[in-house]
Design a protein around this ligand. Structure first.
Ligand SMILES: Cc1cc2nc3c(=O)[nH]c(=O)nc-3n(C[C@H](O)[C@H](O)[C@H](O)COP(=O)(O)OP(=O)(O)OC[C@H]3O[C@@H](n4cnc5c(N)ncnc54)[C@H](O)[C@@H]3O)c2cc1C
Length: 404
């Protein structure tokens, strides 16, 4: 497609759940003659990150190549790794496809930053050397290979009692009942859930013969064990799930970032320091209901993508800004393929007494995962398309004027 000189150039970096959703939504909102949308990603396929524990235990995930997903949408794909951003000069440095020369600087008028996050070892000694992560595909595939090679009775320890930890431990124990699976949690198992939800989680752990080491902090990881504040736990394989950390790219710029390195944004996901930059998903520091920062999740991340896309479209076309604030409804937890837990929550993510359990909950969670991937894989379907003209005033000037 020929780029028109007057086109407003939107670059979306990161094509995970949020970046891909934002690019697709922008394509639905804006006329191709007026706006070019480039989606930059390090990998050629969409990765269903919420299924990395499934990939790690040997399940095969459906391939979702971006060139098929975005065919005919007008979104240009640029495969490459983002290595830096000059937010003052408005360029993104992207590695060139293999064998085609050095990095390229792509210029933008509006940048959507959606690089997501990776695992965080929290600097616990030995974790980086000995533990496995399931925060992304490379880590999950390494763990998959390791699990395939171990003998029955091998002790496997999942560190972290949050959503990812309980999903990983139950998936492992269900698929590999021959292994000796344990989980180490800083607090009590499922202490963020309602009494009904926590009871159900304990029941599933008992049924799957997972040992829970509660109220224990891991202080070191070794090749054959983890050391905790309550003593050592044998671990031929350690799976680390204690939380995510964002990539350092944003922090290396003049963008305003929080202590976590996430980009500070307003209610429209626009950077508080650079009005032509938007941040979404795990990479954004967003105040949720009650001012509490949204946690890194698809549940809150995908709405931030919609919000950013709608806000960019509104600002470019002179229409009304979106006002729907992201909020929580439930936490959908898979506990293997046959069991699940849907914990209903307040707008700011605190458990209420209602929870759905059992096979129905497993099915519900599966539908949620499928729905999220479907939304990303079908970027121009679902909502009605309403492509509007960019206002005659040059968009870049308009954004700058608004910021003043
Ligand atoms: C095992 C697991 C289970 C989870 N379960 C749930 C769940 O049940 N519910 C829930 O709400 N959340 C869950 N999450 C969290 C959820 O996956 C993330 O919050 C979500 O993926 C964040 O979306 P994102 O678009 O911000 O980032 P990502 O989905 O991580 O996408 C980031 C994209 O940027 C690309 N990228 C990164 N760096 C670069 C670079 N330098 N250059 C180019 N491209 C780059 C990546 O390849 C990727 O495509 C789970 C996470 C894990 C790991």
């Amino acid at each position: 497609m020929q780029q028109n000189i007057q086109q407003h150039r939107v670059i979306v970096i990161g094509a995970g759940y949020t970046g891909a959703s934002a690019a697709g939504r922008l394509a639905r909102r804006l006329r191709r003659e007026d706006v070019s949308i480039t989606l930059v990603n390090a990998e050629a396929d969409f990765v269903e990150r919420v299924r990395m524990h499934q990939l790690a235990v040997g399940q095969d995930l459906r391939p979702r190549p971006f060139d098929e997903m975005f065919a005919g949408t007008g979104v240009r794909l640029r495969l490459g790794k983002v290595t830096g951003i000059d937010v003052d000069g408005r360029t993104v440095s992207v590695t060139a496809p293999e064998g085609t020369g050095g990095p390229e600087a792509l210029s933008y008028d509006t940048l959507v930053y959606a690089l997501g996050s990776a695992w965080s070892t929290h600097a616990v000694p030995g974790a980086a050397e000995h533990a496995h992560d399931i925060a992304g595909r490379p880590g999950a595939l390494r763990l998959r290979e390791r699990l395939a090679a171990v003998a029955p009775g091998t002790p496997v320890v999942v560190v972290g009692g949050g959503l990812t930890g309980v999903e990983a431990a139950t998936e492992l124990a269900e698929t590999r009942p021959d292994l000796d699976v344990a989980l180490v949690a800083r607090g009590a198992l499922g202490d963020w859930l309602s009494p009904k939800g926590a009871r159900h989680l304990r029941k599933v752990f008992t049924d799957l013969r997972i040992t829970a080491h509660e109220h224990a902090d891991v202080t070191a990881v070794h090749a054959d064990r983890v050391t905790t504040t309550e003593g050592d736990v044998p671990a031929a394989i350690t799976v680390w799930t204690t939380g995510f950390a964002v990539h350092p790219i944003a922090r290396a710029t003049t963008l305003e970032t929080g202590d976590t390195g996430q980009i500070v944004v307003d209610a429209t996901m626009r950077s508080t320091s650079h009005p032509d930059v938007y941040a979404i998903g795990d990479a954004a520091l967003v105040a949720g209901p009650g001012g509490k920062p949204l946690r890194m999740s698809c549940a809150s991340g995908i709405p931030t993508a919609w919000q950013a896309a709608d806000a960019i479209a509104a600002r470019l076309t002179g229409t009304k800004l979106p006002t729907t604030a992201p909020r929580y409804f439930n936490q959908c937890v898979s506990l293997g393929r046959k069991e699940g837990l849907i914990q209903y929550v307040t707008a700011d993510d605190r458990a209420v007494s209602a929870a759905l359990t059992g096979r129905v909950a497993a099915l519900y969670k599966e539908l949620v995962c499928k729905g999220a991937a479907w939304g990303v894989a079908n970027p121009t379907m679902g909502l009605p398309t309403r492509r509007r003209r960019v206002t005659t005033e040059p968009a870049r000037m308009k954004v700058a004027a608004e910021a003043a």
